[in-house]
Design a protein around this ligand. Structure first.
Ligand SMILES: [Zn+2]
Length: 54
């Protein structure tokens, strides 16, 4: 690895920096919008949470 490559690597150029993935969570049964932490829907109790990448 050249010095130049090493420098680019240090400042993060050339890497896949799209680590922030926005995901929308909603109940599959009733469509209530859930938060990431929700394991079950607060309005109908369904545990089927759909994760939709935005
Ligand atoms: Zn629901």
């Amino acid at each position: 690895m050249s010095v130049f490559d090493e420098l680019l690597d240090k400042i993060g150029i050339g890497r896949e920096s799209t680590e922030r993935t926005a995901v929308h969570y909603e109940c599959r049964r009733c469509g209530t919008t859930l938060s990431r932490r929700d394991r079950a829907c607060p309005s109908c109790g369904s545990e089927e949470v759909a994760a939709i990448p935005l």
